[in-house]
Design a protein. Structure first.
Length: 374
């Protein structure tokens, strides 16, 4: 088993990955261009540098036999070269290259009969309104994250203020629920899924506000979502962890929205709710260890802690003592010293017997635990 792993990225996903790696006595060394990154103080090794710069990534990766990522926006060219030198890179560079570009993602779905919303690709300089009824969705092909790089085009005026970069145009899907399934696969081809989670979005910030598991769906829908997730990761021939986000339509159809080749915001609840966390599962997958038990120990929900509107500066957490006094509530702060509106600063997991009870407690925490600044 590899004892040292190089990680491109040093954010909160890497931080939680380190916490699991300690249990396996595996060292994680991170590359990130921020001395104040969440991983900076707890990684076994931390190097400041750009994860998108080819030479920086090559120099960093030369010290490791196994390399992984906690974000897709990395130098793919450098990872191809490192793979050519005999390094293990999981997920593989070809997978990252495809997923990094939402246009290539959508083409992959179409080529492999993976259900997804109708779409077309738009060049940067195109002035022609797509042959879709208003409203429709415009997504930048590269660079978007946490709701950034997405616009709802509802009118001619919106179209005139569209992104002028290569993008994907999608039909607006009247969905009933947004779901996510996290699937892992190791080099032996063993694959396993966590139960689907149901996501509630903050419409203003356009990111997940909270999610809960088990999702309020039928056994048939659950089985179908897991089947599709396994089909996607197997067709990619990918090693690692893959989050598959779905729209569930009113007619019961599942459409793949996007995929992410790494631990994912929709899987944070697994730290407390499941026998194996998504972070432990990612390590098991890339180390070619037996995949862990993904069953729920207890239902739960995860609430993102984001910077409050109107505050930017040194982070201060209001209501932390009140929330920590609650039973079955687990707070994870990411170690970011500076807050700004809607920046992800941490998350809270709430466990309980009934989803209705869990949601009530989430509503209380939403108005009690606030990230502000001096």
């Amino acid at each position: 088993m590899y004892k040292k792993i190089g990680v491109l990225g040093g954010g909160q996903l890497g931080r939680m990955l380190i916490q699991e790696a300690i249990n396996l006595d595996v060292e994680l060394h991170c590359l990130e261009n921020d001395d104040d990154a969440p991983c900076a103080k707890i990684a076994h090794g931390f190097k400041k540098g750009s994860i998108t710069d080819k030479q920086t990534v090559l120099d960093f990766g030369a010290a490791f036999d196994l390399i992984t990522v906690e974000i897709e926006n990395v130098s793919i060219e450098a990872l191809y070269e490192l793979e050519g030198l005999g390094k293990k890179v999981f997920p593989q560079p070809r997978v990252l290259e495809l997923i990094k570009d939402k246009g290539l993602q959508k083409q992959f779905y179409a080529q492999h009969n993976i259900p997804t919303a109708p779409f077309m690709l738009l060049d940067a300089n195109s002035d022609d309104i797509p042959p879709l009824d208003f409203p429709f969705v415009q997504k930048l092909r590269v660079g978007g994250y946490d709701g950034k790089g997405v616009k709802i085009i509802r009118s001619q005026t919106d179209w005139e203020n569209r992104f002028t970069l290569p993008s994907v145009i999608e039909a607006m899907i009247p969905f009933e629920k947004e779901l996510s399934v996290i699937v892992a696969r190791n080099p032996n081809g063993e694959a396993t899924c966590f139960d689907a989670v149901e996501c509630e979005f903050n419409s203003e910030a356009n990111l997940v506000e909270f999610q809960f598991s088990p999702a309020a769906i039928s056994k048939e829908i659950e089985a179908k979502a897991q089947e599709i997730a396994k089909h996607v990761i197997s067709t990619l021939d990918m090693v690692g962890l893959l989050a598959v986000e779905f729209f569930l339509t009113e007619s019961g159809e599942l459409l793949v929205n996007e995929i992410a080749p790494r631990p994912h915001n929709s899987g944070h609840h697994t730290i407390e709710c499941c026998y194996t966390s998504q972070f432990a599962q990612h390590l098991r997958a890339i180390l070619n260890l037996p995949l862990g038990d993904t069953r729920l120990i207890m239902p739960g929900a995860m609430l993102n802690i984001v910077g409050e509107k109107g505050f930017e500066g040194p982070a201060v957490y209001q209501g932390l003592q009140d929330v920590l006094a609650m039973s079955g509530v687990y707070v994870h702060l990411y170690g970011k010293s500076t807050t700004k509106p809607f920046r992800k600063m941490g998350h809270v997991t709430v466990l309980g017997r009934e989803i209705s009870e869990i949601k009530e407690r989430i509503e209380y925490i939403k108005t009690t635990l606030l990230c502000q600044s001096y």
